[in-house]
Design a binder for this molecule. Structure first.
Ligand code: SF4
Ligand code: MG
Length: 341
């Protein structure tokens, strides 16, 4: 069967008054069931835009996809009719975003909001509600499913909590509710954009464990967008490092973190954490992300790269394998890696 998600040569431009920004510049990424891919890079590198593209949540215009494909189980999301995409969203692709307060409606009870998502998903998959027929039976089945989902994400006394309003929950509990909401339609792919950034460290660890457990139990694939390499090391099976709209290094987490090969990945890992930069955060790489309205030619990292030569500026470097599944888009690989084969 086709891999769960295949992004192929994806180009995305965003129109603005200042001009056209070339924000994704030929992204390739394959995610299989059971894999958790960490998508890392500084802010503005295109991580969130990649996630929003897979979810098809960018309006066109200002977004445009001049080239490339986003294949979900073999079907190109860029060419699906809107109604068909609406069907896939929630059912095949679940999403979690950074700030739980913006995703829950403060006026409605938690149970009502979860049940609504279940009812919407069940329109395309009646089995979700055990085949319940008629408005009242469907509503009851959806509410029962909502209770089971709250329990599954570790909310104590789930039956009582169904009646609570979002403001009665802590930030960590709201994020659990959003995970329940993302999982209730039983998606094959979960896109999680900085799902724990707003949470304190102990809650963060619980939420990440929850995502790992969901992958094991449901055999989903996950794209976890984060700026935190510590989160990647702890949670992900694979990692893709993004720089200025390109994926510059991919591979199994252990291999990439132990033997980073791209100068940008190495700079990220060497960025020294200070008192106000949490460990593993990506601040501290010298230089700034380029302007994507007039990006540098060739390798977009060249203006910040100590190894850059004229060849680097001539053409975008293609990824080369430096290990099992470990690929790097750089034409001057460090000797250390060359020696490892
Ligand atoms: Fe640096 Fe050249 Fe490699 Fe780009 S291709 S990362 S500029 S050495
Ligand atoms: Mg972002």
């Amino acid at each position: 069967p086709a891999p769960l998600l295949q992004i192929r040569d994806l180009h995305l431009t965003m129109q603005s008054y200042d001009g056209t920004a070339h924000v994704l510049n030929g992204i390739d990424l394959t995610v299989r069931r059971g894999e958790i891919w960490g998508l890392v890079g500084e802010s503005g590198c295109g991580k969130s835009l990649t996630g929003l593209s897979v979810s098809q949540l960018l309006s066109r215009p200002p977004a445009r996809y001049p080239r490339g494909k986003i294949l979900l189980e073999g079907r190109d999301l860029l060419r699906l009719p809107a109604a068909e995409m609406q069907r896939l969203r929630g059912k095949r692709v679940g999403m979690i975003f950074q700030d739980p307060t913006t995703n829950l409606n403060p006026s409605f009870r938690i149970g009502t909001q979860l049940a609504d998502v279940a009812l919407a998903a069940a329109r395309h998959d009646p089995a979700l509600l055990g085949g319940a027929r008629g408005g009242l039976a469907r509503r009851r089945a959806a509410m029962a499913l909502a209770g089971r989902m709250l329990e599954a994400v570790g909310i104590p006394e789930p039956q009582e909590r169904l009646h609570a309003f979002p403001h009665q929950f802590s930030g960590g509990m709201r994020q659990r509710v959003l995970i329940a909401m993302a999982l209730i339609g039983q998606p094959a792919l979960l896109i999680a954009d900085e799902p724990t950034t707003a949470l304190d460290v102990s809650v963060q660890a619980q939420i990440l464990r929850l995502i790992r457990d969901a992958v094991t139990e449901r055999n989903m694939g996950v794209v976890l967008i984060t700026h935190n390499l510590g989160v990647v090391a702890e949670t992900c099976s694979h990692v893709a490092v993004m720089y200025a709209g390109n994926i510059v290094e991919t591979g199994p987490v252990k291999e990439v973190l132990e033997r980073p090969a791209h100068p940008y990945t190495r700079a990220l890992m060497q960025a020294i954490p200070t008192a106000d930069t949490p460990r593993g955060s990506l601040r501290g790489v010298t230089g700034a992300v380029p302007n994507l309205i007039s990006p540098p030619p060739g390798c977009r990292f060249a203006p910040r790269c100590a190894r850059a030569t004229a060849t680097c500026r001539a053409a975008l470097p293609a990824p080369v394998l430096v290990g099992t599944e470990h690929a790097v888009a750089c034409i001057h690989l460090p000797e250390r890696i060359a020696a490892h084969g």
